[in-house]
Design a protein around this ligand. Structure first.
Ligand SMILES: Nc1ncnc2c1ncn2[C@@H]1O[C@H](COP(=O)(O)OP(=O)(O)OP(=O)(O)O)[C@@H](O)[C@H]1O
Ligand SMILES: [Mg+2]
Length: 263
């Protein structure tokens, strides 16, 4: 572990919105205990774009589920915008999750029978608070992922990239504190994956905080910092001085029509 680097991260006095202190997670299956997380100390500042890498089973999704208030740690503290969420009950956790977290998954997790708009507005329906300007929020989310004109299409009538855009719009509609994405490009071809990274980079430039899990270094290099997990602990962190610019990369990549012509 590079201690100097960690010190320099700690002294960065920005608004810290994710702060975990020695988080552990142990799953019990019968008599067997699986120590999925063994002491995670992680701080994420407002406006950061961070990625998590690590082998299968290293605890990436477990950590993301805790950060996203889908689960609570076995021990340790977790502060999300200065609220200690590690001690909340299920209802309180669901409430915080709905207000503060947007999720994007590898398999999109859209409702098959609902069209794009209805999928995108789901978090607003579940939200207890009365949302003012609901339609405006939905339209803004659709526009920010470039899906204007596709509102009435169901998931089966959309490509993988378009489905993921719907999922990203859904994650944005409540104006969450942080967007959590678990392998969002894992099911997409390289050009479509790059388009999705361009959307995340655009959202980040507008100030969104994003935490993304990936198995691919080339994807992680689009973010500002890579956190490496191994056996439930942070084994290393790396600051990316010049993140890959997805818009620039897309200009160099073959268009689908070019690929078809060369067949
Ligand atoms: N609900 C659960 N019950 C029991 N064990 C679990 C549960 N969820 C995860 N685990 C175990 O915890 C460890 C960490 O799992 P996790 O899903 O966080 O890994 P990961 O890094 O996301 O892996 P992958 O890259 O394959 O998605 C693994 O050993 C896994 O089998
Ligand atoms: Mg996982």
């Amino acid at each position: 572990m590079n201690n100097n680097f960690n010190k320099s991260l700690d002294t960065k006095k920005q608004n810290i919105i994710i702060d975990t202190a020695n988080i552990t997670k142990t799953y019990k299956i019968g008599d067997i205990e699986i120590k999925a997380l063994r002491g995670i100390n992680l701080k994420i500042s407002e406006g950061e774009f961070v990625s998590i890498m690590g082998p299968s089973g290293s605890g990436k999704s477990t950590l993301m589920n805790i950060i996203g208030c889908l689960d609570i740690p076995t021990s340790g503290d977790y502060f999300l915008e200065n609220i200690d969420v590690s001690k909340l009950n299920d209802n309180q956790l669901a409430d915080i999750r709905n207000k503060k977290v947007g999720f994007v998954f590898q398999t999109f997790n859209l409702l098959a029978r609902a069209n794009a708009v209805h999928n995108i507005e789901l978090p607003l329906i579940y939200s207890k608070d009365k949302i003012r300007n609901k339609d405006k929020n939905i339209r803004a989310a659709i526009k920010s992922v470039g899906l204007t004109g596709w509102e009435k299409h169901r998931p089966s009538e959309l490509s993988g990239g378009e489905r993921q855009r719907v999922a990203i719009a859904r994650s944005l509609v409540n104006d969450p504190t942080i967007i959590l994405a678990d392998e969002p490009t894992g099911n997409l071809d390289s050009v479509t994956g790059e388009e999705i990274m361009a959307i995340f980079q655009k959202l980040n430039k507008k100030g969104k905080t994003i935490l993304l899990i990936t198995h691919e270094l080339s994807v992680a290099q689009h973010t500002q910092r890579i956190i490496y997990l191994r056996d439930g602990i942070i084994s290393n962190q790396e600051k990316i001085e010049n993140p890959t610019d997805a818009e620039e990369r897309l200009k160099q990549m073959p268009k689908l029509e070019d690929k078809m012509n060369s067949l």
